[in-house]
Design a binder for this molecule. Structure first.
Ligand SMILES: Cc1cc2nc3c(=O)[nH]c(=O)nc-3n(C[C@H](O)[C@H](O)[C@H](O)COP(=O)(O)OP(=O)(O)OC[C@H]3O[C@@H](n4cnc5c(N)ncnc54)[C@H](O)[C@@H]3O)c2cc1C
Length: 389
């Protein structure tokens, strides 16, 4: 069994200087007030065009992102590849609302597929539907509200962009993952993803949808779609995650007064997460998965399932994935043992990546959570290196 405790392997890609930088950053992020105020001041400074970009570039962006352009990412892609870890380029410009922005984002996603076709170290591509279409419109479609002629044309343009991306992915042989988002427009994303899978997954899983297992209906959904895929003769691809919008989901359900789609507690979420992995391994012929998680138990459980169901470590139907800058102890130790491992590498203009970076800082501020664990691993490795020299 792979041990996630080996910090020498976990941080083998980081020089002493980079490790110290990470140490400082994770220490700072544990101060919740600083994280909250920091996000606000960075937004303000960027708005006032104060020269904060170089500082961000050499600190938080360097740890959590590939850079501002695809080209900037190349050193990090090669570095990861030398440790058997592959990259998913994730254009992370968020909060866009104009047709011009949506076209630019679609173009960026197509560029990542074109590069992936030439580079075996980039085996997947990814996108968010809300990065190429207006959320308000997606919500309207989700609620089956009648669209005006103009809105229908706008929605058709979203469908056209998604089809262009999936078609390019299919022609290039590069699977594309569609991120899961807030539940109030996830049905429309699911419907589009299923249509794309029916079209492009006839021979292999090219289009992947995402299952958020913090929702209480996802296991049934997985089984239902699986039945449908068998009846209609297409392969399924799923990224399996717990879900990133927990607070937002619960708050909205309470405010509007509907039953929250979120599980009763973390235990139920963990349980369904592991059951989804098991269901996929049991049905590995028809289902490809990418386990997007920083949870050690689930990662261990997936390794165990792979042994039980005789799925080879390097079977392309099973990938483990972590976000850049997080859980190196999982990514590097798995890759070192020959498992398929991906790092999501966000890139884009710094001001557009701020929502992503703030989410990472927020996620990392709890002492008992990710940052506490990450910081302890970094400290352990710094001590190990000091004792060696
Ligand atoms: C490669 C990758 C891709 C991702 N893509 C997406 C995506 O497309 N969409 C998306 O939404 N997220 C995505 N995420 C984020 C992911 O959903 C989680 O927020 C994050 O990874 C933390 O969960 P974990 O599995 O690492 O485990 P843990 O750290 O063990 O779990 C934390 C998670 O458990 C859940 N949770 C916590 N408390 C409760 C509770 N009381 N009740 C129910 N659930 C609870 C929450 O989802 C919380 O984020 C992605 C993550 C990775 C690594």
């Amino acid at each position: 069994m792979v041990s996630f405790k080996n910090t020498e392997i976990a941080f083998q890609s980081l020089s002493d200087k980079k490790l110290q930088k990470k140490h400082l950053l994770f220490k700072l992020m544990r101060h919740s007030t600083l994280t909250r105020i920091g996000g606000y001041f960075i937004k303000l400074a960027l708005h006032l065009r104060l020269p904060v970009t170089p500082i961000l570039k050499h600190t938080i962006v360097d740890v959590f992102c590939g850079g501002e352009t695809i080209k900037d990412c190349s050193t990090k892609i090669n570095e990861l590849a030398s440790f058997n870890i592959k990259t998913v380029l994730d254009y992370s410009a968020e909060g866009k609302t104009t047709e011009k922005d949506f076209k630019e984002t679609t173009n960026q996603i197509l560029q990542t597929i074109i590069l992936a076709k030439k580079n075996p170290n980039i085996p997947f591509s990814v996108f968010k539907v809300s990065s190429i279409g207006r959320i308000e419109l997606l919500e309207k479609v989700d609620r089956k509200i009648h669209l005006s002629q103009e809105e229908q044309q706008e929605f058709n343009r979203i469908l056209h962009r998604i089809n262009t991306i999936c078609k390019k992915a299919s022609q290039s042989g590069i699977p594309v993952m569609i991120d899961a988002e807030e539940s109030w427009f996830q049905d429309v994303i699911d419907q589009i993803a299923e249509d794309m899978m029916k079209t492009y997954n006839k021979e292999q899983a090219i289009v992947f949808n995402t299952l958020q297992m913090y929702r209480n209906d996802r296991l049934d959904y997985l089984k239902r779609v699986h039945q449908n895929s068998m009846q209609n003769g297409y392969f399924l691809g799923f990224k399996v995650v717990r879900g990133a919008y927990l607070e937002k989901e619960s708050k909205r359900a309470k405010k509007i007064g509907y039953n929250s789609p979120i599980q009763k507690n973390k235990y139920d979420c963990d349980n369904d997460y592991d059951k989804a992995l098991e269901y996929a391994c049991e049905n590995i012929h028809g289902i490809s998965i990418c386990a997007g998680t920083h949870n050690e138990e689930s990662s261990r459980y997936l390794m165990q399932l792979m042994r039980t169901y005789k799925v080879e470590k390097n079977n392309p139907k099973v990938y483990f994935a972590q976000l850049m800058g997080m859980s190196n102890h999982i990514s590097h130790n798995l890759a070192n043992e020959g498992y398929n491992v991906l790092k999501y590498m966000p890139y884009g203009p710094i001001k557009d990546m701020l929502p992503y970076l703030i989410r990472r800082a927020e996620e990392n501020k709890s002492i008992s959570g990710q940052s506490g664990r990450e910081l302890n691993f970094v400290k352990k490795e710094l001590n190990r290196r000091n004792s060696v020299t």
